[in-house]
Design a binder for this molecule. Structure first.
Ligand code: CU
Length: 132
């Protein structure tokens, strides 16, 4: 009984490992100023965010406009450099959601989709916040 259970679990874990290895960071994109607003447009799909590697400046309030092109609902959750969740927003299928975040600290803000297993499939990324 235990052996029967072990094999599918190992197969599943290996698959997750392979998938997460695919989820590498894309080329870094810097938040740009559009009519005085620090904007970034992002695409959410099953299972990735594009871009997933963003650079911004400390103290700035940024607007992330996320277009969920997938047939499935997703989520955008972001943590500050201390690992505290500062925002968690639903991204309904085929809709555009705008998220405002103030980047008060320098460091790495990690974001991900909090739906089960989506982040291990690659739905994650980072905002690197640097001093002005
Ligand atoms: Cu998702």
């Amino acid at each position: 009984m235990q052996n029967k259970f072990k094999h599918p679990l190992i197969t599943c874990l290996s698959l997750l490992f392979i998938l997460s290895a695919c989820a590498s960071l894309q080329q870094q994109v810097t938040v740009s100023s559009v009519q005085g607003m620090n904007m970034i447009t992002m695409e959410a799909d099953s299972f990735k965010f594009t871009p997933n590697n963003i650079k911004a400046h400390q103290g700035d309030e940024i607007v992330i406009k996320i277009v969920n092109i997938a047939d499935a609902g997703h989520d955008f959750t972001i943590k500050d450099p201390q690992g505290r969740i500062i925002k968690s927003v639903d991204l309904p299928s085929k809709q555009t959601t705008e998220i405002r975040i103030t980047l008060s600290e320098a460091g790495e803000y990690n974001f991900y989709c909090d739906k089960p297993f989506h982040s291990s499939f690659g739905m994650k990324g980072q905002i690197e916040v640097v001093h002005k």
